[in-house]
Design a protein around this ligand. Sequence first.
Ligand code: 5AD
Ligand code: SF4
Length: 452
Amino acid sequence: MPEKNLALLTFGCQMNKYDSEKIAGILQKSGIRLTDDLDNADIVILNTCSIREKAEQKVYSQIGRLTPLKKKNSKLIIGVGGCVAQIQGEKILQRAPHVDLVFGTLNIYKLPHLIREVEEKGERIADIDNDYSEDNDLAPVKREGSIHAWLSIMHGCDNYCTYCVVPYTRGREKSRPKESILSEIRGLAEEGFKEVTLLGQNVNSYGRDTGEDIDFPDLLSIIDRVKGIKRIRFITSHPKDLSDKLIKVMADLPKVCEYLHLPIQAGSDRVLTDMNRGYTSGDYLKKIDRLKESIPEIALSTDIIIGFPGETDGDFEKTRDIVKKVCYDGIYLFKYSPRKETPAAIFSNQLSDTVKRARFEEILKLQKEITLKKNKELEGKVVEVLVEGEDKNANGKLIGRTRTNKIVNFSIDMPEDRKSLIGELVNVSILKSNLYSLEGILINIKGGGKYA
Ligand code: 5AD
Ligand code: SF4
């Protein structure tokens, strides 16, 4: 049988990108090859995002753009997965007659079987069953790169923030068994991966649902002992569940990086209550102080929603104050987008796009100044970089990240050696800082070698 080609189009967050690595991995195992060429594809899969309304609206135009392909090749199989698929299910089949398959966020592992059903029976299928199955976690993953790997430690979210669709698209919180996580990480180490990022909507509540006597800090301690893995990161943390125990473990464990993404969402306590976030700005700032005391080098980032219903000028000022006070290394900014599945969509005092945009621009500008200032502080310093690969834009240079998650492009004296440095921890002297990256020169390889 000739090999089939899969074109995979991915939208949205890290979780979706990881799911796509899984879709590619599992289909590759059943003999299907990944291609960038839509015209030559036998299967096209859209992995969709519904976090904001615009993203969701775009899905239908993206699906629409595939119509000519289907006209050209009636055997083409079009599948839609991800968060929009999970929410809309059958409706996608009704609205888009050329879509053959709709699948949910928790049943990627069924894809080879579902595709076969479509091919053999000519049926159109919507399978958005959202029962957790470990099979999804055990499915093969086709990872981008060979040094850093994402892996999921839990699924879903029980927090029901009033603006957010995730609890409806990814279901209730479900922690993955410790042994399954560990065996995947050991396997990654054997394959030569050096860094892992543990993924979950709220990793701080890991273990709460398992009945096993284990929490997230315990899990980090166990992973820290896996030979071959040099760095550990995780996203996302919920401020209400960030414990002193976790801060201590982050400070003590050598492989856990000095970086934390801790979404505040808003600076006003009234807005935080309306969002159902479960903490005040004071609680949040206390945790930030403790983090900075225990881990002086820590880099912090956050998510902020601008223009939540009822956000006054005074509320907005509080968000601005927090941004100044915490001095984040980076911020992910979102204009509030009403999602009809969520309570906040019918809150009164929805703000105009003009107000949201003006506030958004103001925080963006402020944060750019802070990020650049923080990056500039690194000029002249020596930082540890895990080398991820060759810098595609600059001949002879390498690219990697600091423990604080900043991208570094750096040159080396003997560029002919550059391939041998991939996967190594090296010391780099920072010569110039930009907004989104640092530039430097190699000083030595940590732990020896001819550059020591
Ligand atoms: N509108 C705008 N931003 C949102 N987010 C989640 N839901 C919405 C929404 N309805 C943002 C939050 C979350 C990030 C992943 O997306 O800041 O932390
Ligand atoms: Fe959404 Fe809140 Fe859960 Fe984050 S914690 S995924 S914002 S419901």
